[in-house]
Design a protein around this ligand. Structure first.
Ligand code: ADP
Ligand code: MG
Length: 322
């Protein structure tokens, strides 16, 4: 049963105002969400960085955005809010899982550019299930009616798909977006994610929007993979020091660009991705490459760079040769 915030006293005078005022309007009409996007990729590849900046880019295009961090690291929305917001699981635990005692302002925080932010949090380490956490998060947001307030909901999901639990956000998504670099490990993870998308698309209206190349000036290995497993490449971002700094400063690139206009060119990468997503691309239902085929495809590329367009990343060579 949902609640009315009019009974609550406004609490936060800080810069990160809770957003309940927009969530509960009398006579509100529940509208359809235009789009739900799940961002996946190997750990540390730049999912949260891409997610937060794409969220701001979408917001700049006039959309109302909710970003849901689904990584136990719970730092998905850090560059939007500037701090680690309380997680849904922590909040539910503190209320003894009484959903009716949770208010939107307990769990939804407004970040830079008007992007609303939620962190699902993690299951107890070594016990519990990431899928359960995501399920509880969506259940609570639906209970609060928050799930129906947005034009775009973006799930920023933990690293690789290691089990069905981590694929849970795909149950709610219209599109999956994969972040990868030009190396073996991230492309291997991308291939497993592609397999999960194919599997989920049997029962859900889910498509793979495509790949975002990140932290790489080369795209030869990415292209080799895409030849074997066709999917769109939406953008390729090089390694950019200002992006690394943005994490340290707890700011999105868009916020940094307000004071440093020279950074504006970085924002264009994210705006380009956002614009492609807003076009509701056809995307693909991928057909992943079998593991052994993928190993030989990628290792052949490293060992015989002349046959490819460019050279593989030599740092990966030892691993591939084993
Ligand atoms: P993930 O969410 O996939 O674990 P993050 O988004 O937290 O990864 O990124 C990991 C680190 O890489 C962060 O310090 C981030 O600032 C940095 N980073 C991400 N993309 C880039 C890039 N294109 N250039 C430089 N640093 C980047
Ligand atoms: Mg992250």
């Amino acid at each position: 049963m949902s609640k009315c915030p009019c009974k609550k006293v406004e609490a936060c005078m800080g810069s990160h105002l809770p957003v309940y005022s927009t969530l509960y309007r009398h006579n509100q009409s529940i509208k359809e969400i235009i789009m739900k996007i799940a961002v996946y990729g190997k750990g540390g590849i730049g999912k949260s960085t891409c997610s937060t900046n794409i969220s701001v880019a979408l917001s700049l295009r006039g959309k109302k955005i909710l970003q849901i961090g689904c990584d136990p690291k719970h730092d998905s929305t850090f560059t939007l809010t500037g701090f680690l917001i309380p997680t849904i699981i922590d909040t539910l635990q503190s209320k003894d899982y009484h959903y009716e005692d949770v208010w939107p302002e307990d769990v939804i925080y407004q970040g830079y550019g008007g992007v609303d932010c939620v962190e699902a949090g993690g299951p107890p380490a070594g016990a519990g299930c990431g899928g359960y956490v995501v399920g509880e998060t969506v259940k609570l947001l639906k209970e609060l009616n928050a799930f129906y307030e947005y034009d775009v909901i973006l799930f920023d999901v933990l690293g690789d798909v290691v089990c069905g639990g981590f694929a849970a956000p795909l149950n709610y998504a219209d599109y999956c977006l994969i972040v990868t670099d030009n190396g073996f490990d991230a492309l291997f993870a991308a291939n497993r994610i592609a397999a999960s998308v194919r599997e989920k698309s049997r029962t859900h209206p889910l498509r793979l929007a495509g790949l975002v190349g990140n932290r790489t000036s080369k795209r030869d290995l990415i292209e080799k993979y895409v030849e074997a497993c066709p999917m769109p490449i939406l953008e390729v971002l090089p390694l950019i020091e200002d992006i690394r700094v943005s994490r340290v400063k707890g700011k999105t690139l868009f916020e940094m660009a307000e004071l440093e206009p020279s950074i504006a060119y970085v924002c264009e990468f994210y705006l380009n991705i956002a614009d492609q997503l807003l076009c509701e691309p056809e995307g693909v239902v991928p057909r992943e490459v079998p593991d052994r085929e993928l190993f030989s495809l990628l290792s052949e590329f490293y060992l015989n760079p002349d046959q490819g367009e460019g050279t593989g990343n030599l740092e990966e060579l030892d691993f591939v040769m084993v």
